[in-house]
Design a protein around this ligand. Structure first.
Ligand code: F6R
Length: 609
């Protein structure tokens, strides 16, 4: 979603702002803008579309400066257009904002009453006018900004600059990510470390409710009421290469092919031991997990699908009841809580607003055994949980999640094994063989990736379709869901997924020769049942595309296209079966010419509700 980069430094900050915005492009956006102060005062440039459009304007107008703020906007209030693009200006100050100001209507009315004129449909413009209004009461920029910010409700990150204080920036964070970057030549702020690696690795993460004032030589952080606070400086370990495209055409392709490495990095801590190390999820793992009576998994989108797969494992292997909830539903649902529930939040970004709010909701219900599985170590979610497991997939830039999903599944399988062990359901021999199966996953997955040429061939046939149906059973039903999500996200083909046994309860009515039906068909105990379901499709003229296992007796025939995965992988087969579906979506998107890494209307990090 929206991204912020701000700088006050000795150098010309315009190239830093533009490069920072480029690094944030993956978050999803529809317009971009910047404001800076130069010898002529406050300057603003805005462009609908890509950062390259803003860069072209910069080149034409030859702007430069030592202090500036910049932004990529993902429209929430008001259509994507130049008028709504950030920064927003009031008098001599400019504001960029990420998030949603929930009380913007009331503030707008009040500010209109004070004579302020609004030129956009955004909630952000109220922030600019509100600070300007506070500056009538105090000459101190930081105090005025803080007083205005204290009146805002919602989740936001904000950066402000002012012509009359050309040496300082004010930033604030409440519920949306924002961090400071400290460098020899100045100080910086951004939504994401990736934007600042070009200038520094020295990072200070702001907490919710923090405001900061940055000058070229230093910074100070206070709470919104002005109370000073200290926040630790950390050294970012993120490698600059990790966010480069390298030999690949798209980040999604790169990330699909990075899955074997992502898995081996995530599982590295297992070493070669025959048993799982205690404390894999944090020092209190045993005490918090031992007496848990049930598991509640909360997540959104692809992460939610990982949770759905895990439910099959947790109940079958660890024998523990498990519920999986969509975060945006759970946070508002009047549910029955049990303090002995282990609450597991899953998130690639760790900044998903609904997941964070759902976790707070669970805690408010008295559920304090909390664990998150997350890919971003410094994220808000990681800080909010008692236990944590960091998947080591590396930065995921493509909007469609791929390697985060498979590494989440590996982490969830480890959780299953730990719970099974604590509950006396894992013999030492079984434990050793399960660990062996996990360790072998990267090489099994590498072989699945070799199916790419065949999948590319299939993709040609899908590219002209309007709809597709995905079927699976058991723990592969969530894989069908994930396959359908990938296809719709990046190809804009309407796709639905069903547990195959549900076909004749409704969706069979959709099946005709125009509807490709994709079946996830591993060689498990449900295969025979699935085959009968597939016959029902065939009998209605439906064309079947089946992903089977190497040892399956299924055969291709007229109207049944078959691809075999190299290995039959038992409980963990969901991790392998999702990969051809990711590749299928990717190649169909290539044929259709869609923007694979930045599909329309979507954002990578969903930091608003
Ligand atoms: C789909 C996708 C989204 C995310 C969802 C949750 O490809 O990426 O559905 O999975 O927005 O995001 P995280 O995992 O960051 O909480």
């Amino acid at each position: 979603m929206c991204g912020i980069v701000a700088a006050v430094a000795d150098r010309d900050i315009v190239p830093v702002l533009l490069e920072g915005l480029r690094k944030l492009e993956y978050r999803g956006y529809d317009s971009a803008g910047l404001a800076l102060i130069d010898a002529d005062g406050l300057r603003r440039l805005r462009a609908v579309g890509r950062v390259s459009g803003l860069a072209a304007q910069v080149e034409e107008s030859h702007v430069s400066g030592h202090i500036g703020i910049s932004h990529t906007r993902w429209a929430t209030h008001g259509v994507p257009c130049e008028r709504n693009a950030h920064p927003h200006i009031s008098g001599g100050l400019a504001v960029v904002h990420n998030g949603i100001i929930e009380n913007h209507e009331a503030l707008r009315l009040r500010l209109k009453g004070e004579g302020y004129e609004f030129t956009s449909d955004t909630d952000t413009e109220v922030v600019a006018h509100l600070i300007a209004s506070e500056l009538k009461k105090t000459a101190d920029f930081f105090t005025a900004a803080r007083t205005a910010i204290a009146q805002l409700q919602g989740a936001f990150a904000i950066a402000v600059l002012r012509q009359d204080n050309p040496d300082r920036l004010v930033v604030a964070r409440e519920g949306a990510p924002l961090l400071l970057g400290l460098a020899e030549d100045g100080n910086y702020a951004a939504s994401d470390v990736a934007a600042l690696l070009q200038v520094t690795r020295r990072i200070v993460y702001l907490e919710n409710g923090d405001c900061a004032e940055l000058t070229r030589d230093g910074f100070r952080i206070t709470r919104v009421d002005g109370t000073p606070v200290e926040r630790a400086e950390t050294e970012s370990q993120l490698s600059a290469d990790a966010v480069e495209l390298g030999q690949y055409r798209h980040y999604m392709q790169k990330e699909i092919f990075e899955q074997p490495v992502a898995l081996s990095n995530t599982l590295e801590m297992l070493g070669t031991a025959r048993s799982i190390q205690p404390g894999l999820f944090g020092a209190d793992t045993e005490s918090l997990l031992k007496d848990a009576r049930q598991v509640l998994i909360i997540a959104c989108g692809t992460s939610y699908h990982a949770g759905l797969v895990a439910r099959y494992w947790l109940e079958a292997i660890a024998g523990i009841p498990c519920n999986v909830e969509v975060a945006s539903e759970y946070r508002y649902r009047e549910s029955v809580s049990d303090p002995d529930t282990l609450v597991v939040t899953l998130s690639q970004s760790g900044e998903t607003a609904d997941t964070l709010a759902a976790l707070e909701h669970a805690k408010a219900q008295g559920m304090t055994r909390t664990l998150c599985i997350c890919n971003v170590p410094e994220s808000s979610l990681v800080r909010a949980n008692a236990l944590r497991f960091i998947t080591r997939a590396g930065p995921e830039i493509g909007v469609a999640s791929t390697k985060a999903f498979t590494t989440q599944l590996a982490a969830l399988y480890l959780l299953t094994l730990i719970l099974a062990k604590l509950r006396g359901r894992l013999s030492p021999a079984l434990e050793a063989s399960e660990l062996q199966a996990l360790r072998h996953l990267p090489s099994a997955l590498t072989k699945v990736l070799e199916l790419e040429p065949q999948i590319r061939e299939w993709s040609e046939r899908f590219a002209m379709k309007q709809d597709a149906l995905f079927l699976g059973r058991g723990r592969h039903y969530p894989i069908a869901l994930e396959g359908a999500l990938k296809l719709k996200e990046i190809t804009y083909i309407h796709a639905e997924a069903y547990p195959a046994g549900e076909l004749k309860h409704g969706p069979l009515a959709l099946v005709d020769k125009e509807m490709p039906v994709i079946a996830v068909a591993p060689n498990d105990i449900l295969l025979e049942k699935l085959k009968s379901n597939l016959q029902e499709v065939r009998a209605r003229g439906g064309e079947l595309y089946v992903f089977a296992d190497a040892d399956s007796e299924m055969m291709a025939s007229d109207g049944i296209h078959l691809m075999r995965l190299p290995e039959h992988y038992g409980q963990l087969s969901a991790l392998l079966h999702v990969v051809p579906l990711q590749l299928l979506a990717y190649h169909v998107a290539l044929v259709r010419g869609t923007d694979v890494d930045k599909p329309r209307n979507l954002a990578k990090s969903v930091t608003v509700e």
